[in-house]
Design a protein around this ligand. Sequence first.
Ligand code: SF4
Length: 333
Amino acid sequence: MVIEKIRVSIGSASVLKLTTSIILKDMPTTCYLMTYKEGHCFANCGFCPQARGSDSSTEKLSRVTWPVFPLKEVLSRLKNMPIEQQFQRACVQTLNYPENFRDIVEITSKIRGVFKNPISTAIPPLTKEKMKELKAVGINTIGISLDGATPEIFNKVKGKDVNGPYKWEIHYKCLKDALDVFSKGFVSTHLIVGFGESHEELLERIQDLHDMSITVSLFAFTPIKGTKFENMKQPPILDFRKIQLGRYLIVNNIKTYHDFHFDKTGKLLKFDISKVALRNYVEMSNPFITSGCPGCNRPYYTSRPSGPIYNYPRNLITREKEEIFKLLVNFAD
Ligand code: SF4
């Protein structure tokens, strides 16, 4: 079967000039694509509009819409983009359904034919043999999302507690297998902040994944109408900033999770950095910019353009630096 349709995030579609329906202040630097399938995903993640039990539109993933376009047209636009406007990366995502692997393989090989920069995929767990096949057709980086920071939270948000197919042990094993196939720096996972986990649990998980050489990126939980978790709140911005800075310190080997101080409930009290060092980290912006593969900025994926902005798709402006410094200053010495 030849694939005819593909979903493109509305921001990427705008860069490709496939739509004029939105003009974003910050444009995506990665081309975000998703395999097309009629109906919802076979999995049932409580936060996801694509979930089997969700009443949301299948046009959505997180708070972003993903309209459908002819694959031929998307390939032609990618091929003919002027060099200076080209995306730094393409990311092909897929839902969980029986033909998803076949679809990813076909789409990736076609993109590889017209696009020279790296290609990532975000995919549910799969065998090592299939990972090798993905690498052979042009995938550089593979992402397998844990989403939950602990086995209990994983079960609560995407495993047995929501009648989902996923098992923590299998996700972890797949991440390890992926390291054998794609090597260090080319295997990634996401954690979502805001499911009731403690700062300590999150930062301990980030340390563990970093020690395994897995790239960890962060999202803020975002309630979407029609999903099981539609009535839950986004995490307080202070919690997210703490985890962003903690993650940055861990993944850059500046601190380990053991250097941080927590109270009995796992709330972070101190980072073990000076106020001067905090000022420098805020000035550079990096800890607070979208984390993920190089070239991935995902504008407004989990934040409304009107704010609060959890992951910044660009460097911070002066006002934002001041806000973040003020929020975090009591956690530095
Ligand atoms: S597997 Fe992905 S697309 Fe499917 S319900 Fe879970 S998060 Fe959504």
